[in-house]
Ligand binder design. Sequence first.
Ligand SMILES: [Zn+2]
Length: 360
Amino acid sequence: MSSFAARFPLAVCLLGVVLGLAGCSSSRTTTSPTPAEEAPPSTPAPTLSAPSGIQLASLDIRQRAALVSWTGVANATSYVVEVSTASGQSNFAVITTGNSNTVLQLTDLPAGGYVYARVRAQGNNLTSPPSSELRFYLQDYKYLLEALAVQTGPYYPTPAPFDGVRGWPAGTTVRIRLSNTVTAEQRRGLETVAAQLAVSGAPYRATIEVMDNNQPTFRRNEIQVVTLANACGTGMGCTVYADTSLRQGQAQVFGSVVLYLGTAGERGDAADIAAHEMGHALFGLWHVHYQNVAEAPQYPSHFGTLEFPFMTMYASAEPVFRSPNDRLSDLELHVVQDLFRSGVTAGARRADLQARGLIY
Ligand SMILES: [Zn+2]
């Protein structure tokens, strides 16, 4: 402002205009202003530039939390982050950081849609324009759990053959027996999923061994894994269940499982396919495919983002592309852990999951 005083005799009046004081403009009419003085004052007023580079640094789908970062602005002493469920809005939250850090953890975010975020810098009593807008999709973890546990909801809207959760009964020791034709890649996927049982909180356990043949039989408390040319019509894999009386069909409580995988060189000769089938066989998981999520990737090769990580139990595979998952993803393992931690095992009903707040 001091530069005004030096350059303009009407410095006080100009200040008055800037400050919105009444009566100043009328006093100006009594002078004989030059054209330059008639023009609005030039604007050397200090400004604060908008932060740039806003991005999603990490995303916790289960906790509905996101870490957002941006490139800071000189002289900024604080930032204001506007969060919304619609572009250009701030209808969800406006958070003033109160410090010059350029990261912020957003929590309790709304799930099942896009989240938008912008950031403004603050300093010297100034607030900058907003940064460009960050947009990311936040999956709904409850829908994910519902698809994997009971095969319903928008992420896999298919009527399940029974109401509730399937899998092995508590107290079982599941004997996993691999045909001696199982390839090294297949074995990797099978063993890593089997190893996850120990950290899943499951009330049952498993052992794993190689058997000396490739002829499957339904035997109590066993998962037998065999290879078969053009397995299941695709050369990938499929899983066949028997209930505790060893009757084959859509068993809710497993008594025996046979897992077929394609032969060496077929698509089923892969850790991701083997892990997927073992996800069915050992944990009783169903599929996720995001059918009613228009924003979801359509092909497995398009996954692998913070918003849509690779899912081992995704319902489809590509002929050439192999998911890097040779085990349940972190998100899928969390689903399993949340189920077991809540005391949910094979035979539990949908209402049991609802009562525990696991699904809507
Ligand atoms: Zn499957």
